[in-house]
Design a protein around this ligand. Sequence first.
Ligand SMILES: [Mn+2]
Length: 403
Amino acid sequence: MSLYWILTALALAKVSAGHATHEHDQLPLTGSGFDFPPAVGSQTWLEKYGPQIDQPFSGPLSFSHVPYTRCLEDDSAKFDIALLGMPFDTAVTYRPGARFGPYAIRSGSRRQREARGYTLAWGLNPYTLGQKIMDCGDVPVTPFDNALAVDQMEVAYSTLLARPVANTEGPSPGVTSMLAKDGKEHPRIVTMGGDHTIVLPILRALNKVYGPVSVIHFDAHLDTWPAYPGQASEQSRVTHGTFFYLAHEEKLMTNTSVHAGIRCKLAGIADLENDDAVGFKLISTDDIDDYGVNEVIKRIRERIGDSPVYLSLDIDVIDPGLAPATGTPEAGGWTTREVKRIIRGLAGLNFVGADIVEVAPAYDHAEITGIAAADIVHDFLSMLLSPVPPKVQRTWVPAKDEL
Ligand SMILES: [Mn+2]
């Protein structure tokens, strides 16, 4: 008990003994012979300083300080784009820890906010385009039963997909209604993983609304392997390296998908033949040196065409020097800047959703990975709301004779 409360109790006893009387029920704060805290001032915080704003380093954690709602239980929550955490990491082959990914990405986003969402690169602020962006919290996935967890993620995703959108006006009205089997507009969800397995329940949920989709897959690894050696059960086939194979088996994807940034070691050429059969074309990490960013963008766009497309980005596509906090790091990756430039070039494709996965902050340093992931999520929001890739903005064009 603090000294203040001891003194308050003593003062109460004094009041009850009849030493002091007041016309109302407040305790006497002065004149009772005790050393009470100073009297309150004449102005409240609100009168003197205004709203209790959250600063970049304060306040509860939501992505970029956008409204945080437990959308799974609150069906009055209206949004066009939902940010959703899937803290699942019990199907990994190496380092666990991506269950803390949603937390790390939100934490990495603290210097982002609606009022400062405009970027030179995009020439827009995704928060001021008339579309409602909401942080819908995390799916309460079990860490004890993977079959149950995968079902929980599918039910959660389907629940949000079925919600009516908040606005039918905006920069990309009707995008999803043109693609959906029911002809209705559906919200788009940016999922924060979680290990990469979360894409299987996501594709199952999307399939119910859109049918098979093509996938743009940023990753150091193929994630199309049929199974890992020694697997002993049907459930053990469901991993962060096999989910695309399972999605292919379940006919959740078209055969027009594409990997970007591949550089992992393989068992051999058979892995690539299997990958092709699953429906992927492959852009390797080195292709960016040989062909350049613009050619990488061109190849992805040509491959996807006007099909409904889902974008999945494994943070390990970025070099571990720039994004060390991940489960299966591979040396020699793309820079964060290169990945951001490719994402900009993809605006205008028929996106039905996107994710960023495999952020495992226990292996991070100074939030490098969390900040990079949060920045990429900001790019996703801009990408989903831009009808075409942004033009490069030149704010300063030197005269020729200066060069
Ligand atoms: Mn992956």
